[in-house]
Design a protein around this ligand. Structure first.
Ligand code: NAD
Length: 492
């Protein structure tokens, strides 16, 4: 494919270029160069994909679980062999550093590894003599055609939260990746076909709002997985409800990092600060993937007087972070996804200065020209009433807050409408326990800056961070992609 070609869709037997009216340019965020065009699919392409998936469903759902698993084992090997190629595509279209892109692929691959054990995961239960002469059993059956809609920030991992488990469970799947990063998803699908997945079991359509609405409302789709911002997650959940689909819709976040005074004293402010686990944990959480992670720490809390030292130490550590083109340079941080994101973030930094927040480090300054760069930013003086307390900025901007006590910190965290993640850095087990018990978030870190559960646990956001019941991946993922059938048998 030449660089600005239309990105093909995968429907049934093969790849095709749909005839559509509109396209979204796919950028290389580090340079702004256009490297592809994402077609705006709509109802017509969704109809074709649902037909292909429905045709494939009877054979795939009745394929024995060990045979399905064998395809997944082959897929796993191909992903492993192609991991560097995939990471390069992620780097190119998303802008992550090499290491971050490798992590993106690795976390997804781990879900494929989980799905390889589908025989064990989807086993049912039997109780002989449930009643006199009657045996009872409960089995998990695939739900049918499933669809997944994903965001730009993890082009490999988030799609792989969904389709490998869904397909392992015997379903057929339609993936709709973010229009900003369609190339990784297409390569992931190509590899699955190479592994021997029958045609129609996995389909890929592209586009934005129109194709999402068509997927959500299509009566032939039984289950919908969504990951993206909260307003869209809520809308998708409502649409799915209108047509009686089961739906898991993960949304945005505003995650807090609380550094207790003992963690500050234990090294955060000391000579060895650069090697300090708490400091590195905060830096990695706030500025890894240029802050474009639903698990990114975006509010940093320090108690009382310790907060001044925390701020100074953070500011000097941030000065050491290098920003640049992650494909061609060995840098700590890449660009944000597009010009609109850069502009939005610059506006928020300007607005913070106007609202009397101290701009301790200004990410609008000292960044490379040409691409969509915003440097690490630290804003001091955020209060619970401030817009930045609740708005998800989704970029490398960290707000500093000064609660007076652990109790006040927990109270503030619980006022944030999102319920995604929060971390405490401390050596005090009592404080850690109070935090773990008291904070109303689905994912808690104790001395772990990015407490993202890996494939074996479900990704468990709460409140405005999740609409639905069963979360993606882990055991809940298997339950989501299967439905229970009970059989009571009496034989003469
Ligand atoms: P987004 O909501 O803009 O887009 C997500 C998906 O929805 C894309 O496929 C997009 O095409 C589609 N979409 C966008 N606007 C739509 C509309 N009006 N109607 C229907 N569909 C629409 O999100 P994004 O900018 O791609 O990703 C960043 C967001 O995703 C952040 O809010 C981040 O916190 C969230 N996220 C959450 C998790 C999680 O597990 N909770 C993980 C990763 C990202």
């Amino acid at each position: 494919m030449s660089q600005a070609d239309a990105v093909p869709v995968l429907v049934g037997e093969g790849w095709l270029t749909p005839e559509v009216e509109g396209y979204t340019p796919v950028h290389r965020p580090a340079t702004g160069e256009v490297i592809g065009r994402t077609p705006h699919c709509g109802g017509a392409e969704v109809d074709l994909a649902v037909e292909a998936a429905s045709r494939a469903f009877p054979a795939w759902s009745s394929t024995p679980a060990p045979e399905r698993a064998r395809v997944l084992f082959r897929y796993r090997e191909l992903l492993e062999a192609q991991a560097e190629v995939l990471a390069e595509i992620v780097c190119r279209e998303n802008g992550k550093t090499r290491e971050e892109a490798r992590g993106d692929v690795r976390r997804g691959l781990e879900v494929v590894e989980l799905a390889c054990g589908i025989g064990q995961l989807a086993k049912g239960e039997v109780l002989p003599e449930l009643a006199a002469g009657i045996d009872g059993s409960a089995t998990r059956e695939p739900v049918g055609v499933c669809a997944g809609i994903t965001p730009f920030n993890f082009p490999a991992m988030v799609p792989m939260w969904m389709y490998p488990l869904a397909i392992a469970c015997g379903n057929c799947f339609i993936l709709k990746p973010s229009e900003k990063v369609p190339l990784t998803a297409n390569r992931l699908a190509e590899l699955f076909l190479e592994a021997g997945l029958p045609p129609g079991v996995l389909n890929v359509v592209h586009g934005g709002r129109e194709v999402v609405e068509a997927l959500c409302l299509h009566p032939g789709i039984a289950a919908l997985s969504f990951v993206g911002s909260s307003p869209v997650a809520r809308r998708v959940y409502e649409w799915a409800g209108q047509t009686g689909k089961r739906c898991q819709a993960a949304g945005g976040a505003k995650n807090v990092l609380l550094v207790m005074p003992d963690a500050v004293e234990a090294g955060l402010l000391g000579e060895a600060a650069a090697a300090d686990p708490a400091l590195n944990g905060v830096l990695h959480s706030a500025f890894g993937c240029a802050g474009q992670r639903c698990m990114a720490g975006s509010l940093l809390m320090g108690l009382g007087d310790a907060c001044d030292g925390l701020r100074d130490q953070m500011a000097s550590a941030m000065d050491t972070l290098t920003v640049g083109d992650t494909l061609t340079e060995d840098v700590d941080m890449g660009p944000v996804i597009d010009g609109a994101a850069r502009q939005r973030l610059a506006g928020r930094i300007a607005g913070a200065a106007d609202a009397d927040l101290a701009v301790v480090r200004d990410g609008r300054e000292g960044v490379p020209e040409g691409g969509f760069f915003v440097g690490p930013t630290l804003l001091d003086g955020v209060e619970p009433g401030h817009g930045l307390f609740t708005e998800e900025l989704f970029g490398p901007v960290l707000g500093l807050m000064r609660p007076r006590s652990l109790e006040e910190a927990i109270d503030w965290i619980n006022r944030i409408p999102y319920g995604n993640a929060a971390t405490i850095f401390t050596g005090d087990g009592g404080a850690a326990r109070a935090f773990t018990r008291g904070v109303e978030c689905g994912m808690i870190g104790v001395n772990v800056g990015v407490p993202a559960p890996m494939a074996l646990f479900s990704f468990s956001g709460w409140d405005q961070s999740f609409f639905g019941d069963l979360h993606v991946q882990g055991t809940e993922g298997v339950l989501f992609y299967t439905r229970q059938k009970t059989v009571l048998s009496r034989w003469p």
